[in-house]
Write a protein that binds this ligand. Structure first.
Ligand code: DC
Length: 240
C-alpha cells in the first residue's frame, strides 16, 4: 500500500488496517474512470460493481431468463461465476463462467436492461456477499450505487459523485460515438433518464447519498480534476 500521508507513524497505523473507500453516483458521472485512477494512485484494489450486474444482465438476455421473475434472477446469480481480473493498467477484464465478456457487457442492449435486472433483491444479495468477500482481500475503492449505503456502511471514506443530466448525456453520447455506435442524442437521453429513474426509485438499495458521504459535482471538471478532488477528500478524511 502506498503512503497516503508523508508521516511514518500515520502510515503504519493506516497500513495495519484495511481501508474501504466508497464511490457512488449515477450513470455516466465518470465514476469508473476516476475510481480506477484513484485506486492506482493509492495502490488499492478497485471494485467496479456495475460490471457484476452487467455480466448477469448479459447472461439473462443470452439465456432468455424471465427478467420479471425475481426467483429466476436469484437462481441465475447463484449459478454464475463472475471473476474480475485486474490488468496491469488497472483496467478490469470480466469473466462470466470462464468466458471473457468485457466488451459484451457494454452493449446498448445490456444498458437497456441492467437497471431492471439489478433491481431484484435476491440477485443483489448474492452480489453483495461476493463484494464483501472481495473487500477481505485488501484496501479497496468500491464503486457503484449502494456501496456507502448498504454494502460498506462502515467505510472509512464515502464519496458521492454527480454531474448534471445534460453533461452526463453528452459524455455518454461521446463515448458511444467513439465506439462507433450510431445512437442519437435523444436515444442516449432516454436511456439515461430511464436508468436514473429505476436506479434511484427502486425499493431495494436505491441510488442515494450515503450518510456521511462527501458530494463532488464534476459537471465542470475533467477526470484529472475529479481524481484530484477525491484525493483531497481522502487525505483530509484520513487526517494527513
Ligand atoms: O455503473 P454502471 O453504469 O456500469 O452500472 C450498471 C447498472 O448496474 C446500473 O444502472 C445499476 C446497477 N448497479 C447497481 O444496481 N448497484 C451497484 N452497486 C452498481 C451498479
Amino acid at each position: 500500500m502506498k503512503s497516503l500521508c508523508g508521516n511514518s507513524k500515520q502510515l503504519s497505523l493506516l497500513s495495519r488496517k484495511r481501508v474501504v473507500i466508497t464511490i457512488d453516483g449515477p450513470a455516466a458521472s465518470g465514476k469508473s474512470t476516476a475510481a480506477r485512477l484513484l485506486a492506482k494512485k493509492l495502490g488499492y484494489l478497485y471494485l467496479d460493481t456495475g460490471t457484476m450486474y452487467r455480466a448477469l444482465t448479459w447472461k439473462a438476455l443470452r439465456d432468455k431468463v424471465d427478467i420479471k421473475n425475481p426467483k429466476a434472477l436469484s437462481d441465475l446469480a447463484r449459478n454464475t461465476r463472475i471473476f474480475l481480473k485486474p490488468e496491469s493498467d488497472l483496467n478490469i477484464r470480466i469473466y462470466l463462467d470462464g468466458k471473457d465478456v468485457t466488451s459484451s457487457i457494454r452493449s446498448p442492449e445490456v444498458n437497456n436492461y441492467v437497471s431492471l435486472v439489478s433491481a431484484a433483491g435476491g440477485l443483489r444479495e448474492v452480489m453483495v456477499a461476493q463484494q464483501r468477500e472481495i473487500a477481505n482481500r485488501g484496501s479497496l475503492i468500491a464503486e457503484g450505487r449502494d456501496m456507502g449505503t448498504v454494502v460498506f456502511p462502515e467505510a472509512d471514506v464515502k464519496i458521492f459523485l454527480e454531474a448534471s443530466f445534460q453533461e452526463r448525456a453528452k459524455r455518454r453520447w461521446k463515448e458511444n460515438k467513439e465506439k462507433g455506435l450510431s445512437i442519437t442524442r435523444e436515444e442516449v437521453e432516454t436511456e439515461l433518464a430511464n436508468r436514473d429513474r429505476i436506479d434511484s426509485q427502486r425499493k431495494i438499495s436505491p441510488l442515494k447519498r450515503a450518510k456521511g458521504a462527501l458530494v463532488i459535482d464534476n459537471s465542470h471538471m475533467d477526470i484529472p480534476q475529479t481524481v484530484e478532488k477525491m484525493w483531497e477528500i481522502v487525505t483530509k478524511k484520513m487526517k494527513c
